[in-house]
Design a protein around this ligand. Structure first.
Ligand code: UD1
Length: 431
């Protein structure tokens, strides 16, 4: 029963270094299956989803040498199976990237339908549409996606009906070894799409247009080994930006690409915070008086759905009424009931929340309902008066590297505890 326990109400000040992007690294790890040569991945985040993904690679016969917390060498020359075990897929949604990668390399894949955070219905019809267009037969049998391109993968012209990060990366993984020129239209443009494309190109793929609406891929016969550093995590950085704002602190957030943070920066500025941008850092000064503003989640370069809970908590402590529209995942407001326990005033109608800002939160025992909702609860606890415990933190550890340590370095009074005795000790010490 690991929990975060914290005494809030203190501005967070200092410096924090952002880890590698989880969602980019997940695609890159799957992509390392596409060659028999060594793949060296640097700036890997040390988070649970990544470790699960690497375990799944080992399970099918790849060699995985974790040189240190942030570097791994993968070699897929001895992969013996194209079937991924159910256990791994249930833990993380991104294991669907194994379908694209296994198809690309072996023209076959047998992968259970994905799990992941329960933030709404998460179909993979667009992934399947793409694989079929590349000449693959795809069936769903006993809860698994069974895909085979018995005559090899053939390039195609694919139009995605919805802008999907997962489908874009998955089709890219398969198509870079397909015969001919593939065009994928209406693709997602998130920074991690560009990162996975850059990684594949460094292996000898020929992918153009990543980061625009149309990706063009000229299939190559073979990919080779590479050493590649994952980009910094946009969402981890955004979470610390909200922490600075919500606690009225002053944080220099290092190892970021400020361009990737523009939509978050824009909203925090509208609220009255002060932000300085540097080449690879941003400094956020949380002003005492912050104003309400409206937010709508959209595919990149719009405001990320993965930042919606964190900005909502921040808005819940600003003066006035904010309207937040969630247009990507319909079930992403469940944390609102948890936040209410701390004194927030938020009403949800369908995919819209109306947030009436309050002066302060008070500490409570709350649950992390999913990865980003969990991060939002931590922000709330750090800003709240008194003691907050956040339960179910396994969700948070899926995507945030040593969050409690990074927060302690910013002056937060927070501990990761795994017994009531330790929680009690924290309460006594915190006074
Ligand atoms: C990825 C991210 C997740 C982020 C999301 C949106 C990873 C591992 N996860 O998730 O953190 O919240 O992008 O930025 O990178 N859809 C379909 N059919 C499909 C695929 C998606 O209808 O085949 C819909 C989804 O229900 C959703 C929207 O498209 O409404 C966007 O989903 P998508 O971009 O695919 O999200 P994920 O790749 O699952």
């Amino acid at each position: 029963m690991e929990q975060f326990i914290m005494k809030g109400g203190k501005p967070l000040c200092g410096e924090v270094v952002i880890s590698g992007a989880k969602n980019a690294a997940l695609g890159i790890i799957a992509g390392s299956l596409l060659t028999d040569d060594d793949i060296i991945i640097d700036n890997l985040p040390d988070v649970r989803d990544i470790n699960v993904m690497l375990e799944a690679l080992k399970e099918i016969g790849a060699s995985v040498n974790r040189v240190n917390r942030h570097q791994v060498i993968v070699n897929a020359a001895n992969v013996q199976s194209v079937s991924i075990d159910d256990e791994y897929i249930r833990k993380i949604r991104a294991s669907y990237y194994f379908i694209g990668a296994l198809l690309g390399k072996y023209q076959k894949a047998n992968v259970p339908l994905p799990g992941g955070c329960a933030i709404g219905s998460r179909p993979i019809d667009q992934h399947i549409k793409g694989f079929r267009a590349l000449g693959t037969t795809v069936d769903i049998k006993n809860g698994c996606v069974v895909a085979e391109a018995s005559e090899g993968l053939k390039a195609s012209h694919i139009y995605l009906d919805v802008v999907s990060v997962g489908a874009t990366i998955n089709i890219m993984l398969a198509a870079c070894l397909a015969e001919g020129r593939t065009i994928i239209e209406n693709v997602a443009k998130e920074p991690h799409i560009v990162d996975v494309a850059n990684f594949l190109n460094s292996m000898g793929a020929n992918i153009k247009g990543a980061g625009t609406d149309t990706i063009r891929i000229k299939g190559v016969k073979k990919l080779h080994g590479t050493e590649y550093a994952v980009i910094p995590d946009q969402i981890e950085a955004g979470t610390f930006m909200c922490m600075a704002a919500a606690t009225r602190g002053d944080i220099l957030i290092k190892n970021v690409i400020p361009k990737h943070l523009e939509s978050i920066t824009a909203k925090l500025l509208e609220m009255g915070n002060t932000i300085y941008e540097y080449d690879e850092a941003v400094r956020v000064i949380g002003n005492q008086f912050q104003r309400a503003t409206d937010v709508k989640t959209l595919p990149y370069p719009g405001f990320p759905t993965d930042m919606q809970p964190q900005i909502s908590v921040t808005l819940a402590l600003a003066s006035g009424t904010s309207v937040v529209t969630e247009s990507i995942f319909e079930n992403r407001f469940k944390y609102v009931d948890e936040l209410a326990r701390m004194g927030s005033n938020i009403k949800v109608e369908g995919n819209v929340s109306v947030i009436d800002g309050v002066d302060h939160f008070t500490g409570a025992s709350v649950n992390a309902l999913d990865l980003r909702a969990g991060a939002a609860m931590v922000i709330a606890g750090l800003a709240a008066d008194g003691i907050t415990t956040v339960n179910e933190i396994g969700y948070i550890q899926r995507g945030y590297e040593h969050l409690e340590k990074k927060l302690q370095a910013l002056g937060a009074s927070i501990e990761l505890v795994d017994s009531e005795r330790d929680a009690q000790k924290f309460r006594m010490n915190a006074g």
